[in-house]
Design a protein around this ligand. Sequence first.
Ligand code: ZN
Ligand code: ZN
Length: 285
Amino acid sequence: MSYGPSYPVETVASVYWIRSRVKAMRLTILGSGSSKGISRVGHRDALCVDARKKGSKSRRRRSSALVEQAGRRILIDVSPDFLSQMKRARVSRLDAVLLTHAHADATGGLSDLGKWIRLRRHDPVTLYAHPDTIRRLRRSFPKSIIPIPVRPFRMITIAGMNIRFIPVRHGMRGIATYGFRFGRRLFFASDMDATSPAGIKIIHGTPTIILDGAFWEYKRLRGHFSVPDTLEFAKTIRPRRLIITQSGHSFPPHNLAEAEIRRLAKQKSCPFPVKLAYDGMKIEI
Ligand SMILES: [Zn+2]
Ligand SMILES: [Zn+2]
């Protein structure tokens, strides 16, 4: 009598079943730049000159991202470049909006979002953010946006995606700021210079992390990571890959910056690949 093959066959079948239930997710970087974007009017430095070349990855709109799964779409941050970002990504419908924090580079497009919703006769859009972010912005919400306050560390299912709201530090004066963890797969934090041990515990081991790296070189307590900080922080998280976003004016042109980041990651013995985000970058998750 043999008890042999039944166990391995079932294991293979259940692995297949689990895989088939994991829906593909995609994140598109709509803006990879810091608060003023690149290029800047009247500048003749190497970065801004490169950014004006057609198709240049050095051209950076204000930070924003689109997360899609099973035909549903969540926008992270409504930047002052919102209309051009929607046009460029050919987005005509949104299921929800998440805000990282209340600074103008993350929220300056709220009235444009209101107009965009009206023009399309789009249903009102729910917007999720920290209670403090909603309080600060209470006069900026058009009627077509329904703000929903979310307490730190809560997990909510939005447009079919399980999203955990992780508080992160963005400057010592402490404006309430979130990073977002999607399922167990992705952590996105475009504005941060630290997080709490509780936050690190949750995001530890997340395979794909997209992090603030606004400053090219180390700057103490400026509200954002510098590239060396981002690499050091990512090492504590142990991801499978790191993508750096929110790149500021202190960066060299994109291709040079990416090569230099790879060199630095090697020097720091980062055991994961590192990429530099650019506008329009698509990340399959
Ligand atoms: Zn410049
Ligand atoms: Zn900010």
